[in-house]
Design a protein around this ligand. Structure first.
Ligand SMILES: NC(=O)C1=CN([C@@H]2O[C@H](COP(=O)(O)OP(=O)(O)OC[C@H]3O[C@@H](n4cnc5c(N)ncnc54)[C@H](O)[C@@H]3O)[C@@H](O)[C@H]2O)C=CC1
Ligand SMILES: O=C(O)[C@@H]1CCC=N1
Length: 274
């Protein structure tokens, strides 16, 4: 299978690294990437073909993965508009809607339909990502299987039933690592304020999140039950959780994720206008 990536930045690099580990052949992968340094790095690290702009070889692929920033997408697709012949196209861009991508990729009056919209996240860099996927109804089972297999190279996958859910996926798991890093930063700050040096405070914070996430992933108990098991009556955890509840922490986080979801929809509408 021949797969071409449009954009060879962070996420494309993570995907390519994961795919090679899962047995995809480097000879089948190509990258169209504007930046010379990024092209050299991809070619040297992975042995894939990396070119500055689409040529016949880059276009002659079975799957095209769109991995440029949402704001870069329309201009990046312009050189190949109307030049695809039935390839499966997988977009990992936040916000961008299939209808707009199809219009930008197709010829006038003939939008490209064989599209899958995905949202991975940065733990993909270490093979621990989670990706939400939604396929245009025109994509057949083989196309869905191919998209699922590519994204499964960097972590777990969850299929969405409706395209609107992709903005929710973006808000929960796409942006989610940033919320967790922010939580780690806060726990580390607390450790510093209580007398630990940076290294000690960071170790305590990171390993707590790592251990708790592993326990949640491997336990039959729901997270709420696991939380209750840490919380002794009249103890230390209860004092901390009461302080968080008084600050409205839970509702604040829900509101933050809702803001991200709204921004995803807004981005899609803004960028899809033209
Ligand atoms: N960073 C994140 O946490 C996540 C990002 N995404 C999505 O992944 C996509 C890529 O994001 P990153 O890899 O973080 O961005 P990035 O900026 O690292 O990579 C984008 C690459 O595209 C290249 N590029 C731009 N215009 C081009 C063109 N016309 N032709 C060829 N190459 C071009 C740039 O030189 C750059 O190397 C975005 O659409 C983003 O929404 C999805 C999930 C998570
Ligand atoms: O912040 C963003 O827009 C992208 C999408 C998900 C993670 N980063």
């Amino acid at each position: 299978m021949k797969i071409t990536f449009l954009g060879g930045g962070n996420m494309a690099t993570a995907l390519i690294g994961g795919m090679l580990e899962r047995g995809f052949a480097a000879a089948g992968l190509q990258v169209v990437e504007l930046g010379e340094a990024a092209r050299c790095a991809l070619a040297q690290r992975f042995g894939v073909r990396a070119v500055e702009s689409f040529d016949d070889a880059a276009l002659a692929c079975d799957v095209l993965v769109l991995a440029v920033k949402p704001q870069q997408m329309k201009a990046a697709l312009a050189p190949i508009a109307g030049r695809l012949c039935g390839q499966l196209v997988i977009s990992i861009a936040a916000g961008l809607r299939l209808a707009d991508l199809g219009r930008w990729l197709g010829a006038p009056g003939a939008p490209h339909a064989r599209l899958v919209r995905c949202m991975p996240n940065t733990p993909a860099l270490i093979g621990a990502g989670v990706t939400g996927l939604y396929a245009d109804p025109s994509v057949d089972a083989a196309g869905r299987e191919t998209a699922g297999r590519i994204l499964a190279a960097v972590g777990s996958t969850v299929w969405a039933d409706a395209e609107a859910q992709m903005d929710a996926v973006t808000a929960i798991s796409g942006s989610g690592p940033a919320y967790v890093f922010h939580f780690i930063e806060a726990l580390e700050s607390a450790g510093r304020s209580l007398g630990f040096d940076e290294a000690g405070a960071r170790r305590l914070a990171i390993d707590t999140v790592l251990g708790a996430a592993k326990l949640a992933a491997n336990s039959a108990d729901a997270p709420a039950v696991l939380r209750q098991k840490v919380t002794s009556k009249g103890g230390t955890t209860e004092a901390a959780l009461a302080s968080l509840a008084a600050a409205g922490w839970h509702d604040e986080l829900v509101a933050a994720v809702q803001a991200a979801e709204a921004r995803g929809r807004e981005l899609g509408a803004e960028l899809g206008k033209d």
